[in-house]
Design a protein around this ligand. Structure first.
Ligand code: 6GU
Length: 265
């Protein structure tokens, strides 16, 4: 996969030299190129922004500079997918990461200030290009760089060969099961008086799987009730249904409903 990132702070992306993503770059699995937006300015001050039409606070990034930069890095590639990190985008999820990981070429346009002139996204969409405006959550950052780091790490680790053991991608939080991951433990078996649950030392694989599934259901019900409500009833066995009832969630004709006050939280 090729990823081009355009930013006024190229140094922000230096973290992508490290760890698994850094290795993927060195081995050639990921061709990641970081560009300075100011390389496409034409004035002496290398201006990338100006005041908003209609008034208001802050500065908006100029469409002409962005257009020149994006045309250059898209490099005539009709399949280049434009990703614009913005707090006004759809919320980026593991589903977006999975979809973006199948692409050949991503171009990530990191805005600063109050964002990029809206004509830029419209222009590339009207030209038939895929454009994804994505937020990493409901809070405000100073620019798209940190969000780009998040998205590139989430996408990059899904590329074949980047994560050594692909099994570790299977059972994780936000994976196919639609549940948060169960708690995990390692040596020593007793740390500061805290023991490991006996079942994990039993060697009884079916019991371990059930124990983990129950902990995943409990955690998800406590921390992410929205994910319980979104579960596919078809994926639940009778033990799941009983566990969910204990947690105050009731499965009736294809839907999962919280019964308020059914259990003490
Ligand atoms: Cl993608 N950009 C900015 N500036 N703030 C954010 C964000 C993105 N996602 C959440 N907050």
């Amino acid at each position: 996969m090729r990823i081009d990132v355009v930013t006024v702070f190229p140094d922000y992306l230096a973290a992508l030299d490290l760890s698994l993503i850094g290795k993927a770059r060195q081995s050639g699995l990921l061709d990641l190129r970081v560009h300075d937006l100011r390389d496409w300015t034409t004035d002496r001050h290398r201006t990338v922004d100006d005041t908003p039409f209609g008034g208001g606070a802050g500065m908006v990034m100029r469409p002409d500079v962005w257009g020149s930069a994006l045309d250059a890095v898209l490099d005539g590639d009709p399949d280049g997918h434009l990703v614009i990190p913005t707090p006004s985008g759809e919320v980026f999820t593991q589903r977006h990461a999975e979809s973006l990981a199948t692409e050949g070429h991503l171009v990530v346009a990191c805005g600063r200030y109050e964002g990029i002139d809206a004509r830029v996204a419209d222009h590339y969409r009207a030209a038939g290009r895929r454009v994804s405006e994505l937020s990493i959550g409901d809070y405000v950052l100073n620019g798209g760089e940190v969000a780009a780091l998040v998205m590139i790490e989430a996408v990059g680790r899904l590329l074949p060969g980047v994560v050594g053991n692909p099994e570790s991608l299977v059972e994780e939080s936000h994976g196919a099961a639609g549940l948060l991951e169960y708690p995990v433990f390692t040596k020593p078996p007793v740390w500061d008086g805290h023991e490991i649950p006996d079942v994990l030392l039993s060697g009884h694989h079916a019991k371990i799987a059930r124990w983990r599934r129950d902990r995943a259901l409990e955690r998800t019900a406590a921390r992410r009730p929205d994910m319980i409500a979104a579960l596919d009833v078809e994926d639940l066995d009778k033990h799941d249904v009983a566990k969910l009832a204990e947690l105050g969630w009731h499965v009736t004709d294809g839907t999962i409903l919280r019964i308020p006050g059914a259990v003490a939280d």
